[in-house]
Design a protein around this ligand. Sequence first.
Ligand code: ATP
Ligand code: MG
Length: 798
Amino acid sequence: MSSYSEDDAFEAAARPLSQRAMPQRSAGPYLEGLNDAQRAAVMALNGPVLMLAGAGTGKTKALTSRIAHLLVTGTARPQDVLAVTFTNKAAREMKNRVGRLMGETVEGMPWLGTFHAICVKLLRRHAELIGLKSNFTILDTDDQIRLMKQLIIAAGIDEKRWPPRMLAGIIDGWKNKALTPDKVPLAEAGAFDQKGVDLYAAYQRRLLDLNACDFGDLLLHMVTIFQTHTDVLEMYQRRFRYILVDEYQDTNVAQYLWLRLLAAAHKNICCVGDDDQSIYGWRGAEVGNILRFEQDFPGATVVKLEQNYRSTEHILAAASGVIAGNKGRLGKTLFTEATGGEKVRLIGHWDGEEEARWIGEEIEALQRGTRGLEKVSLDHMAILVRASHQMRAFEDRFLTIGLPYRVIGGPRFYERLEIRDAMAYFRLAVSQDDDLAFERIVNTPKRGLGDKAVQTIQKAARTNGVSLVEGARIVVQAKLLGGKGLKELAQLVDGLDRWHAQVRSEADTHQELAEMILDESGYTGMWQNDKTPEAPGRLENLKELVKALDNFENLQGFLEHVALIMDNETEQEGEKVSIMTLHAAKGLEFPAVFLPGWEDGLFPSQRSMDESGVKGLEEERRLAYVGITRAEAICTISFAANRRVYGQWQSALPSRFIDELPEDHVEVLTPPGLYGGGYGAAGMAGSASPKLREESMSDLHQKAHDANVYNSPGWRRLQARGQQRGMAQPVEARNMVIDMSAVSAFTTGDRVFHQKFGYGVIEGIEGDKLDIAFDKAGSKKVVAKFIVAADAADDVPF
Ligand code: ATP
Ligand code: MG
């Protein structure tokens, strides 16, 4: 410890007299648990420090030890330290860790938290400088959108050209870049034309009138205050004597400026991060911030950490193999002393339900310790998904087998806003007495039926002792509302009657009906027109909801299932397996990790491939790296050969990232349930990729054989094993129908097949609805996408 005392003496001399007069406590055992590089980062208290290092190398541990060191040595008091983390969970964790390291509970640490949490606190103190009162309200997204809509209408702009949600997204982007309306550069404004900037300015003015701000303002206002009020900035530069930032690679421009302003005087800023884990580019994060650190803070101590303490060699090698595919990276060497252990396990499944079933069994086996491995507690297992809609299959499965789980970083599937809305429509289709459901959807999507209209409906219902749907009917008949609202209400009542009749007549499959309800009510359209980053996810969730219906006889049965799930909602004590998105898993670690859904189009996501090209793909690859490096001992990657969308099978290609896994560190568990040693005709017509769909079947076949993934060692191994063991065919495959997406290919007279009604001939075509004379079920109108050509149906390899 001699080097420690020298440094300590140096630091003591650098401290102000008032501090040096304080009694000092001796350094705790926290230093002993660190390697040399980490210790160097902890001890270099003054001046800028950058820890740029790979996953699991103990960056967060070093950062936390640094806080402990600052406090224990009396170099800083808790209130002198500004420590920023990315999530509330991480902030709580950090506070606890500091406490543990010091062997006592930490009093205070008022400035340890997320950017937003810290900025709210600051802004309350200085609100008046920006024209707000200190009791300002923070708007949620709904309020924000409503406000924007009012402004758009007031400006006489066509709402269709400037959908409020699109505007919200644009403004949010500007705020992430710390651009106030007067600072939006012409080039940027040009892309959205000057109107966007004018609306932004009007929106900001209106927020001030309302004594309100939105989420993005919290940082933006603080940056503005620091930039325009030197006295305030200087006060905080003096107060926050030491600044620490975790996950620095994911800061956006506003956060970066805020930090730079605060650190400008004393430069006691320690940032830790990993360029390979930058996964928030889509939200305005700039990985460049971390790469620029040494320019921003010349003379910075740069600490390299290379030993990974989290994962076994196989897991680390697999992660390194994948991330090596990225061009734009610094490149780091990582090693671990944890030699041996399980290789990364890879398994292909027939479909997503099969994947969920297998993972459920695997989790139970690990829990019992029957995998030839040590027992693993449920708390120590996690399923990390790319898209939140993937959670549905796991939640349904785990509820069925009674496996306790928790969803981290978001509501559980059936608690999501869009799912509750959609379910309310379904409930009303089944029972028109469901007043709660009616209240939920009467003005969702917006129908001009505000509080007043709802009161009129309620009054009509109460006076006549009938349900709200009946009340609405009375309002329509007696014309108790004016103009647009009345017309819309009439349409809604019509729709509800129609859907209710369809539920009873069972004319369509309940999946078709569900889809029809969501379309005809305008609910799907509402999210399609929504330009916020969450909207595509919500649409995916709706698709997933319709898919879930497939497991039930009818809507009623499904609603009962969900009601039971909701009843289970009360939090139970005890061990639980965690389900979360890869994004939410940042910084966390688990002994056993499952990574399902590694299929092109899902992961990497279709959008990242379509829209952002190489940049998007590289961010997805970093996400894969984050996923694998969460695992300590067991990492299982899986994919499904088929996914069902709207009850139709679509084949999926294994993710390109699978092919990038280094062979020596991967063990292939079982063959995928594929036919004839390749993707059978089953999948061909319904490829997930629209581009592929356009190609003819034989082309595809050829492509599939030529594609790298099929020639990869991993794939060949899959095939070889498959032949050895014979390919089991899951039961569900029997219900398989092919998605013939080429709707336009149908003409009258075509012979077609429908899952429920069997074979028939097309008699008429109206948009995407077809009149079909079915051999057995008679004449019916059905949605085109539920139909396949009869000869294609014959090809289904049952
Ligand atoms: P990520 O990039 O995923 O955020 P990280 O670099 O922040 O990872 P930590 O979470 O700090 O890594 O550490 C990973 C694991 O290694 C933790 O369980 C931690 O306790 C352990 N660890 C870190 N440093 C050491 C060390 N010097 N000796 C033993 N274990 C360590
Ligand atoms: Mg960390």
